[in-house]
Design a protein. Structure first.
Length: 206
């Protein structure tokens, strides 16, 4: 709090200027004094919110490993799918620390920035599909990575790729497929960030 200011006059004693707190000031400034709305839960709405995403309430998202899926996998998806979920409550299998799966393909992230949580989705395609186009829109800065092996949740180094967009909330890419017909998409929180996202996958052939 700043010190009181004083009026100076040759014939008048120094008098402090007092600020009177009027009733009803809370209506102008809010209870926190920052002009916030009536939601004081501590959630901060991002400056940019992609259209159609709810960035205030977490989307209901299955736990990893449900329905007989591998321990890190949240769900299976198909060509043309659009899924909405939250990174919160996801697995913590993948990391870009030394010796971990993401060390060779972590893009702009280093150290423990991709330690988790993440959401992993499996996509199976037939031989007529030669490329897929994922699009990730998110409320917080997330990173989309993918790998094409038969192993669901590798903890050692894995050949993988990523979209090199730092902190983007709307990112997409075209991916040429390997011959095994399976691709794993991983939605990673950066530096522990969490939040809602929407993942859309389109497929095509030559």
């Amino acid at each position: 709090m700043s010190r009181p200011r004083f009026l100076r006059s040759p014939s008048v004693a120094l008098l402090p200027l007092l600020v009177v707190a009027l009733p009803g000031c809370d209506a102008f400034f809010g209870s926190g004094g920052h002009g916030d709305d009536d939601d004081d839960s501590g959630y901060s709405t991002p400056t940019y919110v992609p259209p159609g995403l709810d960035c205030r309430d977490e989307y209901v998202t299955p736990d990893p490993g449900n329905s007989g899926l591998p321990a890190c996998v949240t769900d299976t998806i198909s060509c043309g799918s659009t899924i909405q979920g939250t990174v919160a409550g996801g697995s913590t299998v993948f990391s870009n620390e030394s010796g971990m799966a993401w060390e060779w393909c972590s893009g702009h992230s280093t150290g423990t920035q991709l330690a988790g949580p993440e959401r992993v989705y499996r996509l199976d395609v037939d031989s007529s599909t030669t490329y897929v186009t994922p699009r990730l829109r998110s409320c917080e800065p997330l990173q989309l990575l993918w790998y094409q092996t038969s192993q669901a949740c590798p903890t050692d180094h894995v050949l993988c790729s990523y979209i090199t967009v730092d902190g983007s909330r709307d990112q997409s890419d075209d991916i040429l497929l390997a011959g095994n017909g399976t691709i794993w998409f991983v939605v990673e929180g950066i530096s522990g960030t969490s939040g809602n996202f929407e993942l859309t996958v389109e497929c095509g052939g030559t």
